[in-house]
Design a protein around this ligand. Structure first.
Ligand code: RM4
Ligand code: MN
Ligand code: MN
Length: 396
């Protein structure tokens, strides 16, 4: 790769950051069960410790997304311990995810529940989560709802939307000046007939109604097969409404596989639309890149390192698309010329330039190798395996 292109890669890597999910270090499974991993994290402390290792070897993951129910079981009280964990493990609290789907009360929904008391409870939990976010020094409150229904006629679709509007507005009103409300959509699962926030348009309308600091969150696994996700991204960027991503790959539904494992060109195209937009704008868009994966069989920490490495590669490749040439090719209806600019960038081997960038930053050239040599996995396996063999936990 010539020096100019290597420079593009370096510039891209300088500002590329991606957030790790705390639940990605814990034991997870499918609805059919769970195979327990001896080294999986079981406490918020262990999750911070594991995330700290990923950041240590990659240098680009300074924050950890937290799920309130799984990470703050005592609510607000446990929020204060996060500052101590941050200084101990070198990673800060990232987005805060209220949990409005696991308690029995939410059987028929949270913000969309026909029972006012349950809606109030969900609202209180959200306000607590906002306060946790404030205390933990994190910016984004990330809302995903399992709300929906399984059989035609069983839910009042419009009324539920009004309830969502009300509660999201109330949540927005409680935000601190620096906080944002991210609204995630998903077409189906766990509800299989209708989902209250099923797609980006619904999330966009709700976010607009909630207030100026609400944005849409795109989880790449939350689309119908073959949907054009990069177009959704491009449109949300134009609207100034793209708040962030949950990255994962999928083949069938919300599979939560390693980012780029099934369709790396899809991720590349998403990054390309963002970088192309930023090139036209002349400034960076404020978008939170987050990982939302569930590795049931792969080693948790290694899977996360693999993801971060792939993310850097795909982002670097996207940064190699020559935007001015692309604009000219598009304007001149040069279809093959335009497409080739993307294809050439995608097929460039950016790994040598990334290794150079890492070395220049004092980071290990090969993060996976560095982790494997560190002995960390052996240590935590010894410390956790007995507990993990006997403890049955919830989803994460
Ligand atoms: C959902 C969604 C949320 C995640 C939960 C665990 O499908 O992706 O973002 O927090 O799973
Ligand atoms: Mn998600
Ligand atoms: Mn999901």
């Amino acid at each position: 790769m010539d020096a100019i292109r290597a420079e593009h890669v370096f510039t891209a890597l300088e500002h590329f950051r991606i957030e790790l999910p705390s639940w990605g270090f814990a034991n997870t499974g499918t609805r059919f069960g769970k195979y327990v991993q001896p080294a999986a994290a079981g406490t918020i402390e262990e999750k911070f410790s594991d995330a700290g290792q990923v950041h240590l070897v990659t240098g680009v993951c300074p924050t950890v997304a937290l799920h309130v129910l799984w990470d703050f079981p005592e609510g607000l009280v446990s929020a204060d311990q996060v500052a101590a964990l941050s200084s101990r493990f070198g990673v800060r609290a990232g987005s805060i995810n209220p949990n409005l789907f696991e308690d029995q009360e939410y059987k028929f929904g949270s913000f969309g529940n026909p029972d006012q008391r349950i809606r109030d409870r969900a609202r209180r939990h959200t306000l607590d989560s906002i306060e946790i976010g404030r205390r933990a020094g994190s910016r984004d409150i990330s809302m995903w709802f399992a709300d929906g229904s399984n059989y035609p006629g069983s839910a009042h679709i419009r009324r539920r939307r009004q309830w969502f509007d009300e509660s999201l507005k109330a949540a927005h009103d409680a935000l601190g000046a620096d906080q944002r409300l991210l609204i995630e959509y998903k077409p189906f699962e766990p509800a299989f007939y209708h989902t209250d926030i099923a797609d980006w348009g619904m999330a966009l309308l709700l976010a607009r109604a909630a207030g100026p600091r609400a944005r849409v969150l795109v989880d790449t696994g939350h689309h119908y097969l073959s949907q054009n996700i990069e177009q959704i991204v491009a449109w949300l960027l134009m609207e100034g409404m793209l708040g962030g991503f949950h990255f994962n790959d999928r083949r069938y539904a919300d599979d939560d596989l390693t980012m780029g494992s099934i369709d790396p060109y899809q991720v590349f195209r998403i990054f390309h639309e963002i970088l192309y937009f930023e090139w036209e704008l002349g400034q960076r868009a404020d978008i939170a890149f987050m990982i939302d994966q569930s590795h049931n069989l792969k080693g948790k920490i290694e899977a996360m390192i693999q993801t971060v490495t792939i993310a850097q590669e795909l982002y670097s490749k996207a940064a190699l698309v020559d935007s001015s040439k692309l604009a000219a090719a598009q304007a001149g209806a040069d279809i093959i010329g335009a497409e080739s600019l993307l294809q050439d960038a995608f097929s460039t081997d950016v790994r040598p330039a990334i290794r150079e960038w890492r070395a220049a930053r004092g980071l290990p050239a090969d993060p996976m190798e560095a982790f494997r040599e560190s002995g960390y996995l052996k240590r935590i396996t010894a410390a956790r395996e007995q507990r993990n063999a006997t403890s049955a936990t919830s989803y994460a």
